[in-house]
Design a protein around this ligand. Structure first.
Ligand code: FAD
Ligand code: NAI
Length: 462
């Protein structure tokens, strides 16, 4: 029986990052992964393939809508869907093989197969039992569906099926205007599908800044997506090639039906803990089926830790990675730390949407006095030159101390711009600190500085 200091179950961004940090800290480390490739949901059927399709379809959009304006004339490219999928698969392959290389480099053993925990200190993979001083569960999440909606991954699909459709649908219905629904809905709308998004609530992307929500929905509508808001999906009916989506409008209970070639069900994800044997071990769970952990990511069973999508908090790859590093440090006797107040969220549509920290709603709820500094990309020269002037940067700062409490960006490269605010927040910076920092011209980042200036004496270009 092989012995390890740490065995990690799951090789997603939580598990593989944790393993590399454990190995760097001198711990003998193995990772159990049941998929044929490393990288988890994120690299195989999540972040990476969706961003590849977003990138490719955005290039098409630019060619169709903006090239001629810049004097780039000629026939627009046509879509070779098989080749686009092959490009996406190549991107996945390069990334998953990269993790395999990092495992070898760091002398991490990959125990291939599905793992379970027969007792604390032991991990079973197929018929082999391995001993581990510490076990870290990083088993991730899976799509959660709705009652009355049967997934076949061909006509009624989750994100996994939507990343590998046989052809571009003529009509697509997306259930859920959250992150997956809007990213993948955008992809297919750009590729020519007629996309209708059916959302239970009255605003897209729940929990986000209300002004961003409105602007985002308006921009997506302009791009051709249709929205049915305040609608509860009742059921889907599917044949081998078509589906019907039945929904009820919440405002008057009226019943409606939409026809589709493909239905994307994007109504959230739930922790994946099947087969681990957690019940028998007595591992405490939350009411939402997540593994409950303490501040050190340890469960109520000594020596068993959990991180990533399987525990509480936002289901994001970088949150899982940060917990992976922090849990590794805890196991190695150091002091791992994650600042849950500064975890950015990004939606990779065009324009991108990014946020960090408090929203106006959460600040009002907690009764904290705040000020708002807002700057429209319309006043940013670079954004105007690049046909990317729709959107804004909004910074929220404490009314008395000027300390930055949150930021909300919709606009070009929002997912990159947000990080200067994250760093500022980690250093406890004031809006004035950002405003006094020289920003290169012409960059999109100048819009962040202008929003910080707007928290004080005012921006220059508006
Ligand atoms: P996972 O990545 O889910 O990995 C868990 C791994 O554990 C899996 O490979 C699974 O096979 C394995 N496993 C589970 N149980 C066992 C077992 N018993 N034995 C062996 N192996 C096991 N997040 C972002 O931050 N940015 C994005 O752009 C983004 N885009 C996304 C797009 C889509 C379409 C989806 C679905 C998700 C996206 N996410 C994104 C979310 C992100 O993928 C997850 O938050 C992240 O993958 C969670 O990492 P994890 O390590 O906790 O789990
Ligand atoms: P989500 O939680 O973002 O959105 C689900 C949406 O479905 C919500 O707007 C909800 O109101 C709606 N909904 C629920 N029931 C419904 C019903 N019966 N009828 C109509 N609408 C209904 O979940 P999503 O988009 O599935 O994403 C899952 C997770 O994956 C998210 O937590 C997200 O963090 C992660 N992810 C992150 C990405 C990123 O960081 N860019 C990209 C894709 C996924």
């Amino acid at each position: 029986m092989a012995n390890y200091d740490v065995i990690i179950i799951g090789a997603g961004p939580g598990g593989y990052v944790c393993a590399i940090r454990c190995a760097q800290l001198g711990l003998k480390t193995a990772v159990v992964e049941g998929r044929d490739t490393l990288g988890g949901t994120c690299l195989n059927v999540g972040c990476i393939p969706s961003k590849a399709l977003l990138h490719a379809s955005h290039q098409l959009h630019e060619a169709e809508h903006n090239f001629a304006k810049m004097g780039l004339k000629g026939k627009s490219p046509s879509v070779d869907w098989k080749q686009m999928l092959a490009y996406k698969d190549e991107v996945i392959d390069g990334n998953t093989k990269g993790i395999e290389f990092l495992f070898k480099k760091n002398k991490i053993d990959w125990l291939k197969g599905w793992g379970s925990i027969p007792e604390a200190g032991k991990v079973k993979v197929s018929d082999e039992v391995y001993e581990a001083k510490n076990i870290i569960i990083a088993s991730g999440s899976e799509p959660s569906s709705l009652p009355g909606v049967e997934i076949d991954e061909k006509v009624v699909v989750t994100s996994t099926g939507a990343l590998a459709l046989g052809k571009i649908p003529k009509k697509m219905v997306v259930i859920g205007a959250g992150v997956i629904g809007l990213e993948l809905g955008s992809v297919y709308a750009r590729l020519g599908a007629d996309v209708t998004v059916v959302e239970f609530l009255d605003a897209v992307t729940p929990g986000m800044d209300a002004e961003v929500q409105k602007t985002f929905q308006r921009i997506l509508k302009k791009q051709g997506l249709t929205f049915v808001m305040g609608a509860a999906v009742q059921k889907t009916e599917a044949t081998k090639t078509k589906a019907k989506v039945h929904y009820k409008l919440r405002r008057d209970d009226s019943e409606h039906v939409l026809d589709a070639d493909v239905v994307l069900v994007a109504t959230g994800r739930k922790p994946f803990v099947d087969g681990l044997g957690l019940d028998a071990l007595g591992v405490e769970m939350t009411d939402r089926g997540q593994i409950r952990t303490g501040k050190d990511w340890q469960t109520n069973v000594k020596g068993i830790y959990a991180i990533g999508d399987a525990i509480e908090g936002p289901m994001l790859a970088h949150k899982a990675e940060d917990e992976g590093m922090a849990a590794a440090e805890q196991v190695a006797g150091k002091h791992g730390h994650v600042n849950y107040g500064v975890i950015p969220g990004v939606i990779y549509t065009w324009p991108e949407v990014a946020n960090v920290g408090e929203t106006e709603a959460t600040l009002k709820e907690s009764g904290r006095a705040y000020k708002v500094g807002k700057f429209m990309f319309m006043g940013n020269g670079r954004a105007k030159a690049n046909f990317a002037a729709d959107g804004f940067v909004k910074i929220l700062a404490d009314k008395g101390t000027d300390r930055i409490l949150g930021a909300h960006i919709i606009g070009p490269a929002a997912g990159d711009l947000i990080h200067e605010v994250c760093v500022a927040m980690e250093f406890g910076a004031s809006a004035e600190d950002l405003a006094m920092t020289c920003h290169a011209h012409p960059t999109y980042s100048e819009a962040v500085r202008e929003a910080a200036l707007a928290c004080g004496d005012g921006p220059i270009h508006s």
